[in-house]
Design a protein around this ligand. Structure first.
Ligand code: ZN
Length: 166
């Protein structure tokens, strides 16, 4: 069992893989979903309360994009391109960091991590990400910020509704 706390402060024990728990319905994370396609689920990050921090998880339990089928590959690039453009247009995110680690306790998921103005004091680049995430998890589960996340999810949902996945 893995104890995991959501960005909005709900603790939950899961058997193993968080992405599988979402796909199977063991965890209901529909409140933070942005776009669910045939092969992927794009949602607000489960643990970190940063508006516009989006995770794109495969539905299948694979660890590497080298395991994607042709259909998954095609859908993936279309999906992340649209999400990135949506972040620019609706959330005004100028820069995004993309990160994917294969040695995860969960399965394939891509981080689409927005650079926001307040993050500058943590520096830039990959080294700044961990302190930013820790800071957010410790200090940003406030009512105001959770409201901002809810709004950013809604805006991205509306944007992604218009995207034809093919
Ligand atoms: Zn899994």
């Amino acid at each position: 069992m893995l104890k995991i706390e959501s960005f909005d402060g709900k603790s939950k024990n899961i058997k193993g893989c968080l992405s599988c728990a979402m796909t199977s319905g063991e965890i209901d994370f529909s409140r933070a979903e942005i776009k669910v396609t045939k092969h992927f689920n794009a949602h607000q990050d489960y643990e970190t309360p940063i508006p516009g921090f989006i995770i794109v998880a495969s539905k299948r339990h694979v660890l590497s994009l080298s395991e994607f089928s042709d259909a998954e590959q095609k859908e993936f690039i279309r999906l992340i391109r649209a999400l990135r453009e949506g972040m620019r247009q609706t959330l005004k995110v100028k820069y995004v960091y993309l990160f994917q680690n294969e040695d995860t306790k969960h399965h394939f998921h891509l981080w689409m991590f927005p650079r926001l103005g307040w993050m500058d004091r943590f520096g830039k680049g990959i080294n700044s990400v961990e302190p930013i995430v820790k800071y957010a998890q410790k200090n940003m589960k406030t009512k105001d910020n959770l409201k901002k996340i809810e709004e950013s999810v809604k805006k991205m949902r509306v944007y992604m509704e218009k995207v034809i996945m093919g």
